[in-house]
Design a protein around this ligand. Structure first.
Ligand SMILES: *Cc1c(COP(=O)(O)O)cnc(C)c1O
Length: 409
């Protein structure tokens, strides 16, 4: 008899996004003529940069000829891509990384979700609240999160609330935690950490022997030159932090699939007996066991992001999304709402008026303005009373949304 991993059964059913769709569908049935605007989408909408398309076409042609065909590639990724990443994303910011410290992947969901495979099941974890759900769910499914309690929190997870009282900046936990997940610029709040704030986390990790998983999926959206793009801009971070990045939101790769993870040589974790084990070779072995690489075509497409044309095209797409989020932010603020984020990230974290719940605010926006947002409660207990808006829609839709919101708020 095969037995199941019963921790997996603890995962609550993911009703959240289907609940949104149910509500939208019901509304459509009763209001067939209404033109719905989606301001909640977490997926990009602009097409791939032409430089990437061109590079991928070329790669496909190579695959069609015996002399230039590529079969299995290196598990850690092709060095033509790794070298561009090191040169442009790190060396340009004064960070020295070796090629063997990078692992090309099919995106950050896989990386943040699988890194737990090489870490013991009983580590304690710390997360900001609200949070990108993958960090918790991947720990639930291996038993690391403990049990779900009545307050919606997991027993072995330390929650760091991000609320207006702390300007949505998580406070360092008072106890020690083995593994901390940080996502900056943040999804869903759209907020960032200054160099000083990030320094506090690195120092906490150094003092408490904590491992930081730093998700920098939105670093390309940073506008303020003082905000760190990489955790390795902080001294000592290479001893304590793993960094994940993705081309999904940077260059529209959500459907193409490519990202990477940095595991510096210095990073170690302990055995129960106290022996320090470097995580870099462990992850290399993990990828050898479970992964056969991201496609050659995809990696050639990602490489093209770093060409002069590619950089310009990526910048233009990000500009478009950031303009959207900025015009939304200005309008919502003018209408009297409290809005965080949107300066260095494509997300706005909007407080529902008059103490309304997330779902109540959702219904109001849907029925009175025909606008769909993402209820904050879906991102954790501290998300109650909030709505996430994104800049990933069309500019015309954002403008129309503002016109409607002015009447409804
Ligand atoms: C979109 C997103 C990612 C990217 O995931 P991929 O698997 O690379 O598409 C990673 N982290 C956060 C917080 C995100 O919102």
């Amino acid at each position: 008899m095969a037995l199941v991993n019963e921790h997996f059964l603890k995962l609550p059913n993911n009703y959240f996004f289907s609940d949104i769709e149910k509500k939208v569908n019901l509304f459509r049935v009763t209001h067939p003529k209404a033109d719905i605007i989606r301001l909640g989408t977490g997926d990009v909408t602009l097409p791939l940069p032409p430089a990437c398309i061109e590079a991928m076409h070329k790669a496909i042609d190579e695959m069609g000829h015996e002399a230039t065909f590529h079969g299995y590639g290196p598990e850690e990724g092709y060095h033509f891509l790794i070298n561009e990443i090191i040169k442009n994303d790190y060396a340009a910011r004064g960070i020295h990384l070796e090629p063997s410290e990078l692992f090309i992947s099919d995106g950050s969901k896989s990386d943040t979700g699988s890194i737990g495979d090489i870490l013991r099941h009983d580590n304690s974890i710390g997360v900001t609240d609200p949070i990108y759900p993958v960090y918790i769910d991947s720990n639930v499914s291996c038993g690391r999160a403990g049990e779900l309690q009545n307050d919606g929190k997991w027993s072995n997870v330390v929650y760091m609330p991000c609320l207006p009282e702390n300007n949505f900046i998580p406070q360092i936990p008072s106890q020690r935690v083995d593994i901390v997940y940080l996502c900056y610029p943040n999804n869903p709040t759209g907020t960032v950490l200054s160099k000083n704030e990030l320094k506090k986390w690195v120092n906490y990790a150094l003092q408490n022997d904590t491992l930081i998983i730093f998700d920098a999926a939105y670093e390309a959206y940073i506008q303020n030159p003082d905000i760190p793009h990489s955790i390795y801009e902080i001294k000592g971070a290479k001893k304590v932090a793993i960094e994940c990045r993705s081309f999904s939101k940077t260059a529209g790769f959500t459907g193409v699939r490519c990202g990477y993870m940095v595991i510096p040589k210095e990073i170690t974790a302990a055995t129960l007996a106290g022996k320090r084990i470097p995580l870099n070779p462990m992850w290399k072995r993990h990828q050898e066991v479970k992964f056969n690489g991201t496609s050659y075509i995809t990696q050639r497409g990602a490489e093209a992001i770093y060409t002069p044309e590619g950089k310009e095209q990526v910048k233009a797409n990000i500009r478009y999304y950031m303009d959207n989020v900025q015009i939304l932010k200005r309008a919502l603020t003018e209408f009297g709402l409290r809005v965080a984020g949107g300066e260095d990230a494509p997300y706005l974290w909007v407080q529902a008026p008059n103490g309304m719940s997330s779902w109540k605010f959702f219904d109001k926006l849907l029925y009175e303005a025909h606008i769909v947002g993402t209820p904050g409660i879906g991102f954790g207990p501290s998300g109650e009373g909030y709505m996430r808006f994104t800049g990933f829609g069309k500019k015309e839709d954002c403008k129309e949304a503002i016109y409607r919101l002015r009447r409804c708020l």
